[in-house]
Structure formats: structure tokens, C-alpha cells
Ligand binder design. Sequence first.
Ligand code: NAD
Length: 292
Amino acid sequence: MGLLDGKVAIVTGAGGGLGEAYAKLFAAEGASVVVNDLGGSRDGSGNGTSAAAQKVVDEIIAAGGKAVANGDDVSTMAGGENIAKTALDNYGQIDILVCNAGILRDKTFANTTEADWDLVVKVHLKGTYCCTMPVWKWMKDNGKPGAIVMTSSTSGLYGNFGQSNYGAAKAGIYGFMRVLSIEGRKYGIRVMGLAPGAFTRMTSDLPGRQGKEPDAMSLPENIAPGVLYMVSDLAADHTGKVLGVSSRGVREIKMLQTDGFNPGKPYTAQDVADHAKEVFFPAAEEKTAASA
Ligand code: NAD
């Protein structure tokens, strides 16, 4: 008995890295998986192929699982529709979508070109939209409950140096997830956010990581169980929440507000300054990405 027996899952950007690990674990847990990837470079340049997706599919099938490859670009509506169609043509239903595909073009803000901004936002934020819309409509129109995981990042939720385009896209995904989770309640569609941390080609050259062997808990296969939990019925009671899943385990990340300063009558800027202790969190209580 697998946790995903009889379910159909789409994982975008699953030709390598985290997506590959999710696809393989979902298949091992009984799901039929659409492995999407256009096989591009880390910065999204060049023409990709579906060879990376096909390799993962071949490995899933060799291990006794069910999977089919798709090489569409997640960031176009036609691509998103074809990814959903691949699932429906091959397996007749869609239960799970993990929007995972992504690229990086890290630069300090002043050096970020319009093209760097547009492509990163397009692949992450619009890509999440393009893949979610056809799946959403199918689930809603057919009265099928489902689980959608959208990949955000601590870089968007907390901020990170040199990632203005990426952080903006990932924070946008957070807002998208929150809204859709509210709309999804009446259809039984759960929408969750994910802030992963793993050693992949995307992160292998981060400061402090160059030339280092990844620690075992940072490997994508040790992150995937947290994501399997999110898409499985084990998490049936949870929607609209972000889980951080990394070598430090699994934890919820939440937007918080202080009790604030509320005088109940017109106030001045100086009044706000005088009540800064009520307005802001004490610095020691702030958990940042590094400590999350
Ligand atoms: P990765 O580069 O190994 O994998 C990303 C995959 O997406 C690649 O296989 C790539 O070919 C594919 N892809 C890129 N653009 C695509 C497109 N337009 N259409 C289809 N496929 C496309 O990176 P990863 O570390 O496995 O990242 C997976 C996701 O997790 C990304 O959304 C990333 O932003 C996010 N993330 C990763 C980390 C981390 O620590 N690795 C941290 C925070 C967020």
C-alpha cells in the first residue's frame, strides 16, 4: 500500500534536482506521474529538450512505477495546458500538482537587467499560474478534490541578498497560494506553499557550499518525504500554509503581526515612534531564514 495509490501527480521541473526526487518518491508511493521538464540551463537560457524528463521516467518505470514525460515550458499557457493534457490523456485524472520548475539569475539589484527580471518572474510566478489554471479548472469542473503545492522560497518570504527578481517571484507565489487556498476550500482543493532547502545545481555554488560535498540531509531525496506528506491525505486538514522543508526538518513558516499601537483616535508620526516597542517585534523574536 502506497500513500498515493491510484493518484495522478504532475511534477514540473522534475528532470533533475528536487522535482526528480519528488517524482520518484510519488511513483514509489503508487502515483502515476507526469514528469515535466524542458531540460534547460540553470539561468533559463538555451533550448531545452525533454531528454532529462525522459531519463527520470525511464528510471521510474525500471523501478516498477508509472510515469510519462512532458517537455513543455511551464511559463506559457499552451505549455501548462499541454502538461495537464498529458496527465489526462495518459491517466484520465489529476489529483496532485507540484509547481517546482525554476531558474536563477542572481545579481545585485543594480545589475539586474529587465530580461533577468522578466524571465525569472515569468518562469516562477507565471509558470505557477500557467500550470495551475488548467489543473484547477479540471478539478473544479469535475468535482475532484486535489492538492496543489506551489514552490516559494525563504528568499521571497524573508529576503536574500542578490535575489530581487527571484524573491519577488517567490513572494508572489506565496500571495497566489494564499488566495487560491481560500478559493479552493469549497471545492476541496488544498493549496500549500513550500520553501525547500536542498543541495541541487541551483544551490551547489552558494557562498560556503562551493567544492563541498552535500550533507546527506540536504540531498533532494531527504527533502521529498516532507513534500510527499504535503500532497498526501496525511495533510488533508491543512491548506493555505507554507512548510519549510530542509536539512533542518519540516516546519511551518507564517506571516505574523504584533498587537501593534492602536490609540483609537487620530495620532501623529511621533506617537508611532514613541510606541515603536508595540509596533515592532522585539529583534530577538524575529526568526530569519538562516534560523528557520
Ligand atoms: P534545479 O535547477 O535542479 O531544478 C529546476 C528544474 O526546473 C530543472 O530541471 C529545469 O530544467 C526545470 N525548468 C526550468 N525552467 C523550466 C520551464 N520553463 N519549464 C519546465 N521546466 C523548467 O533546481 P532545484 O533546486 O531542484 O529547484 C526546484 C524548485 O525549488 C525551484 O522552484 C527553486 O526555485 C526552488 N527552491 C530550491 C531551493 C534549494 O535549496 N534547492 C531553495 C528554495 C527554493
